[in-house]
Design a protein around this ligand. Sequence first.
Ligand SMILES: Nc1ncnc2c1ncn2[C@@H]1O[C@H](COP(=O)(O)OP(=O)(O)OP(=O)(O)O)[C@@H](O)[C@H]1O
Length: 433
Amino acid sequence: MSNNQTNNSASHFPEHGPVDENGREILLSVKNIDITFGKGESAVKAVKNASFDIYKGETFSLVGESGSGKTTIGRAVIRVNPLSAGEIDYKGVRISGKIPKSLDREVIRNVQMVFQDPAASLNERATVDYIISEGLTNFKLYENEAERVSKVEHMIQEVGLLPEHLTRYPHEFSGGQRQRIGIARAMVMEPELVVADEPISALDVSIRAQVLNLLKKFQKEKEVTYLFIAHDLSVVRFISDRIGVIYKGNIVEVAESEELFNFPLHPYTRSLLSAIPIPDPQLEKNKKLYIYDPSIHDYSEDQPEFVNIGHNHWVWGNKKEIEEYKAIREKNVPLQSITIVDPNKKDEFGNAEKATELRAEEIKLPPLHDTGNVWLTVLSFLLFIPGIIAAILFKKHNYIRNYKACKRGVKLFFILLGLIILFYLIGFIGIHF
Ligand SMILES: Nc1ncnc2c1ncn2[C@@H]1O[C@H](COP(=O)(O)OP(=O)(O)OP(=O)(O)O)[C@@H](O)[C@H]1O
C-alpha cells in the first residue's frame, strides 16, 4: 500500500480484501454482470452474466475475439460503463452503480487504465509533464512543486525515458515511447489495480516485449495487480497467472494459465488455442483450425451455469456438459487440442487424415520480439579480433609493400575466421542437438 493511501484515514476500503477458500486475497470481484448499450429494440447486450475474481498481485487476462466485450468489462471496472445487472466489488466494497463521490474518487485513484492506442489516448496539446502530473494535481498527491517535479522526473525515468522529455509533446515520440508515457501517467498514481487494454497491440512487434517487461517490472516492484485485455492467447500465455476466455459477452472459461493450456475444456477455448500460430511453417500449414460452432450446445432445457470443476477451473456449461468436463479433467491427462493433418493421406470423404495431435502447451512460441540468433550476435562481437590483429601486423611489417607478408597476413586472417566459425558451429550443434 502506498504512503498516500495509508495516510488516508477516511478510506472506504479496508486494508485487505476478502479471501477465497484457499486464503488468497480477492482484490476485484466481478459478479454476474450484464452491460447493455442502447434501449428498446436497438439495445445491444455486450456482456452477459460475466463473473470472475482477480487476486491481489496477479495478472488476470481476459481473452476473446474482437467485439466479445473485453473492453466493455474493463471500462465497467473503471466505472465508465454502467452495469444493467450484477455488481463489481473492490476489496469487498461495491464500486458499481450509484456510490458516494468520495468513493468514486478513491476508485479513480486506485484503479488506473493503460489504453491500446497510445497516440489516441494522450492529449496531443499537453506536454508530457502535464500529462503525467494531471492525476497528481487532481488528487493533490504532493506537498509542494518540488515534490511534484521529483515524482514526475522519477516516474519518467522509471519508464525508461529522460527528464528532458517532459517538456516535449506526445507527437514527438515513437509509438513505444508514447505507450511508456501512458504507463507513467497510470503508475505515478501508485494504483493497486491497472486495467491494461491491449497495451501492446498497436505497437511494433520489436518493442512489444519491452512494454510487457516494463509492466512486469512495476508488478514486481510495486505489487500492482493487472487486468490485462488481449485478443490473442499466445500474447497472454507467459504473462498471466490466470486467464478468462470470453465469447460474445459471456465468460466461458477461467483457469490458471498452465491449467488452461493443458486442459482447455470449453470448445471455444479449444478454437482459440488452435488459432495460435505454430512457429514451424510445415506444421502450421498442415494444422487443422478448430472452428467453434455454438449450436453444439443444447440449452433449451438444461440451463448453463459457470461452475468450478476443481483445480480453480471454471467452465460455462449445463449439467450434462459440466459432468463431461469434470470427467475429462479427473483423468488428469493433458488434452491434445492441436491437430496436424497429413495432406497426402485422404479419408473416404477426401479430407486430409489426422497425422498427429499436439498439446497447446507443447507449442514453442516465437519470442514477442525478433532477437535474431544469439550465436550470430556472439560471432559479430568477435569479428573485431581479426581486424585488430590485421591492423597490428600491418603497422609492424608494412604489409602493403611486402607481397609475401601480405599473403601471410591474409592467410592468418582466414585461419582466425575459420576458428571463429568452428567455435560458432560447435556452440550451435551443442544447443540444437
Ligand atoms: N458505446 C457503445 N455503444 C454501443 N455499442 C457498444 C459500445 N461500446 C461497445 N459496444 C458494443 O459492445 C460489443 C463489445 O465491444 P468491446 O469493445 O467491448 O469488444 P472487445 O472485445 O473489446 O473488442 P476489441 O478487441 O475489438 O476492442 C460490441 O458489439 C460493440 O459494438
